[in-house]
Design a protein around this ligand. Structure first.
Ligand code: SF4
Length: 440
């Protein structure tokens, strides 16, 4: 790179979906010949990709913008916080430009206006798989943007708009390029993976000259042809989700479903305006396990939603006992600026929200510990994520990176991140597993 190459610093905050936006912007910057700098001082300008979901994320984003302004001075803001009108500008009037999420074109226009692009773009500097923020052996594959639901606690649809699915050919090309670049695990993400293609009326697209419907089941089948781990996130339990369970049983896609149930009381689900809230989720989980006994089900829940009574909460605990979920995240309800749930009556006092959260986690901890202890002695495939001295840290098919547990693998001599190895589970706690090479 020549000394005159314009340099852009990049700070990315927030969820995997925000990272996926960041990857696109970084890829485009590199495609146009910008250099990505790792320091504020070494950059000609800085792009801050923000999160605006909860109050603490807003603060973190505003702090990051402030730091970038202090240390560099030229700052473009993108991401969810940018969609909240006036918030960034009133805290930091000197930012050069503010865009919402999923705004590659606007970000690039702002970059061009403030740091003109080089005359001779080095388009060939970009590897076909783009620039990724995740380790080389796994990658997030965003299949759509926005959401057609209007959950009362969520402001994502007002920030990101209604569902827009990416053409299936484009998604498959990206997935294929990622695999060619060495990716061993694709994590399919969106706001609502089961709804993929609804906005396109499931019309067919083309991949490698072959027609494929823009629909979750067809996408999963096509992805399974790439020969790597495929993991599905944010899947709402609509009836057609049942179609992918046999594919899991046949080993075509990981036996893992991330299904955000959020609650179990019909009254609370209705007031949350949750998708698929009237489905009989326990019956569905039972049927899934009959078809694919090894399926790992992850979910997230909220305690202390406005109007939640002790009876509602008890239903949630009963659901947990019955459902025997494998991985669970839970949050005490926290009001999000602009969410319709803020005007619901009967808010739950903070102390009670926290007390219910603790009771919920104690129940799930015991379930997880028991489920994981049953894995001791089993032979499992583990994807190695990192090395730590003689030990490797990896994951089984039941664990997504960053949110679920890990496997600590002894005697990791010769292993590399991205390797897929057979191990024998030797110990477990409430969250993680320990393993060694199998004894045959
Ligand atoms: S499904 Fe509900 S929680 Fe998820 S993005 Fe859509 S509105 Fe928000």
């Amino acid at each position: 790179m020549s000394l005159s190459t314009p340099k852009v610093g990049f700070v990315s905050l927030g969820c995997p979906k925000a990272s996926s936006d960041a990857e696109r912007i970084l890829t485009q910057l590199r495609a146009e010949g910008y250099e990505i700098s790792r320091s504020y001082e070494g950059s000609d300008l800085v792009v801050v990709n923000t999160c605006g979901f909860i109050d603490s994320a807003v603060e973190e984003s505003l702090d990051a913008i402030g730091e970038a302004l202090n240390r560099n001075g030229k700052v473009i803001v993108t991401g969810c916080l940018g969609a909240k009108e006036g918030v960034v500008q009133s805290a930091h009037p000197s930012v050069l430009a503010v865009t919402g999420p999923h705004a590659l074109d606007e970000v690039m226009t702002a970059v061009h206006a403030n740091l003109p692009k080089p005359h001779d773009p080095y388009t060939d500097l970009v590897p076909p798989q783009g620039i990724r923020l995740t380790p080389k052996h796994y990658a997030y594959l965003k299949i759509s943007e926005g959401c057609n639901h209007r959950c009362s606690f969520c402001i994502i649809p007002s920030m990101r708009g209604d569902l827009v699915s990416r053409p299936i050919g484009e998604v498959m090309d990206e997935a294929e390029n990622l695999v060619k670049a060495g990716v061993s695990e694709l994590l399919v993400i969106s706001q609502d993976t089961s709804a993929y293609g609804v906005d396109m009326k499931y019309r067919s697209g083309f991949w490698n000259g072959r027609p494929i419907k823009t629909r979750m089941t067809e996408l999963v089948k096509a992805l399974s042809e790439l020969g790597v781990w495929v993991r599905l996130h944010y899947v709402y339990p609509y009836p057609h989700v049942d179609e992918v369970i046999p594919l899991m049983a046949d080993g075509l896609v990981l036996p893992y479903l991330d299904v955000p149930f959020q609650h179990a009381s019909p009254r609370i689900l209705k007031s949350m305006k949750r998708p698929a809230s009237s489905e009989n989720n326990l019956a569905r989980i039972k049927a899934w396990r009959e078809i694919c006994p090894d399926i790992a089900i992850r979910s997230t829940f909220i305690t202390g939603f406005p109007g939640e009574t002790e009876e509602d909460f008890q239903m949630l605990l009963d659901f947990l006992h019955e459902a025997q979920l494998d991985r669970v995240g839970c949050f005490a309800y926290s009001a999000v600026d602009g969410a319709t749930a803020n005007s619901l009556p009967d808010p739950v006092p903070e102390e009670l929200k926290q007390e219910r959260l603790a009771r919920f986690m104690a129940v799930q901890e015991a379930i997880s510990a028991e489920k994981l202890s049953k894995k001791i002695g089993r032979i499992e495939m583990v994807l190695v994520d990192e090395l730590n001295g003689d030990e490797a840290i990896g994951r089984t098919s039941a664990d997504a990176p960053e949110i679920d547990g890990v496997v600590y693998l002894a005697d990791a001599d010769g292993l590399q991140p991205g390797d897929l190895v057979e191990v024998q589970i030797t110990a477990a706690d409430g969250h993680d597993l320990w393993a060694a090479p199998p004894e045959f």
